[in-house]
Ligand binder design. Sequence first.
Ligand code: ADP
Ligand code: MG
Length: 711
Amino acid sequence: MFRSLKYAIRLATAGVIYFFVVRFSLELIAMYPGATPIWPPTAFALAAVLLGGYQIAPAILAGAYFANWFSPGPHAAVGAALGNTVMAIGAGFLVNWWAAGRKAFATPAATTRFVLIAMFIAGISASAGSYLALEPDTSIGMDRQNFASTWVAWWSGDLAAMLVITPSLVLWLNEWPLTSLNFHRFIESTAILASVSAFGVVVAIVLPRDLPSAAPLAIFAVLLLTWAALRGGPRNSATATLILAAFGTAGTILAWPLARGVPDRLSSSLFVVFLIALAMLSLILASDSAQRRQAERILADARKELTKAREQFAQSQKLEAVGQLTSGVAHDFNNLLTVVVGNLEIAQRHLDSKAELSTERLRRLINNAARGAERATSITKQLLAFSRKEPFDPKPLNVSTVVHGISDFLRRSLGETITLDVQNASDLWHATADPVQLEAAVLNLAVNARDAMAEGGKLTITTRNSRLDEKYCQRHDELAAGPYVLIAVSDTGAGMSKEILQHAFEPFFTTKKAGEGTGLGLSQVQGFAKESKGHIEIDSKPGQGTTVTIYLPALPGNAPAEEAAEPEMSSADLSPTILLVEDDTDVRAYVAEILRELNYQVLEAHDAETALALVDRNSSRVDLLLADLVLPGMNGSQLAEQLKAGQPQTKVLFMTGYSHDKHQISINTDTEILHKPLTRETIERSVRETLSKPLTGADAAGAPVAPAAQG
Ligand code: ADP
Ligand code: MG
């Protein structure tokens, strides 16, 4: 019901419009013979079929019939109505079938086909029309010359209409209402149409009054239409042509023929030829440039998609590597839970038995449990951090910080048979890279190293400043000499044969069982190095282990990266934080007690690794490191160096039970050393003095240093 009503309204609208167009054209011709060589009704009928479908035909039939009501001859109105309708349907059919229908002006090929169809249809229309109009004398037949000139006029009138008016109607109405109007394009379109209108007024109406002939100026129309076609697109270009045609016609009606001194007939046929040529060229040119623009848009979209896909790939690569490490993590997690539960159980047992338990002992039990829980939290935190989805964001970063950030996770997940040694340079230059991909790369290399060390071994991750010279770079194209930040991951595992080495970087190349390797690890690492304008090197011998080295270009100015952020002040930050590292539990408890009484915040650890992990997981800002010089594993001096790599502002104070000449540990000369046994007074004074000392050059070793100063 609703649909048929809608259809009826459309029919009525189209019919009435068509009626007036035909009437207007007929009146115009009657009043100013030769004023317009274009026959608009043909254009409207074709546009109606293209936009409204074949069911619009009754509107054309009725509109044409009533418009021709007063035509001479008994059957003229019926003939005109039938003829116009059949022509419109035929043309519409051909355009729909061969020239992409209402999308005819979107590509040069379809536009060209539309032009050819218009020529053909105009030919048929001209033949039938001239034949009927001239009513051949049965005795002498058709006057051939008269027929030919009528035919040509008719043909060009229909053709010009289909090329000048139909495209405008189709392009405007098909996209109506215009949605995606971009401001700049709107301004330019307006400028184009305004210039064309101004040009039309001047050349067709103003100038011809005084000039014998303004016709040659029409050449400028070509320039304007080229502008419209290249910048404005098909719709503007078609509209511009229509505007020119309208002003040309208006000029002729106002009796200033385009070329004075040329017979009217010739003038108008020159005009129509000029119009047809312009319309054809600008339509084809406009569709070509529109198609190119469309292709550019598609290309840009595809690029965006590609970047997104690559981001997802990097993310899944990282998760893949993390996934390969999770069995180790689960194991570690269980250990930590045992620590937590075990300590709490002991504490509970003691409380239940009501046996006298020293506060110190109880505190230790609870502390142990809490520490275990903290470490478990740090694992989940790390896992969550890995699964964070982040867009590609190459930025200046400190590679040591990234390596340090994942080393705790690695240490837990590699298993007991593999020791991890992280050698982070404290004065590392900054490099520009995407942190997600850098993490993925280091993880991938670590997984490979672990897999190569089934029997156990040592995994070393080194970060260092390095200079690549011309000679080296010449052997690797696309590599520029200069300062680089180096990340080397080496293992003491099985190594690779020449054959494997040759293929190792290929995507999907793997020597591992299905489920254990995807063959994508090294190709990710290589892709990352390439993308960061860096370089990758692999050194491997069967039985002797493997070292993979990534070189990332160092930042020239070595601008400080993330450290630049001001630490936020909270009430907890007001009292200085002291990181106390001491392997003797009793000593540590004693010193910690004193420090807490002095109102300092105290972080405790029994060795360097734990201390670093503790700082890392709480992102604590450490004001002072108070460490035993001799510690199991990393010694106090090395710990200080590592800590200062991340926190250059940290001050350092050592404790030792040895006399000066006994230990072989080299330390900064102006760092104070406290000798055990320690009194409360010594601790209080030294800590206060060290904290209030300004940072010295040696203390600031972790601060960025210009590459030029390095060797
Ligand atoms: P995947 O680890 O999934 O097999 P990769 O691209 O990471 O894929 O590595 C490809 C191959 O290179 C591995 O299957 C292995 O044979 C070899 N490979 C990579 N790293 C090492 C290494 N550190 N030691 C020995 N072989 C290695
Ligand atoms: Mg791998």
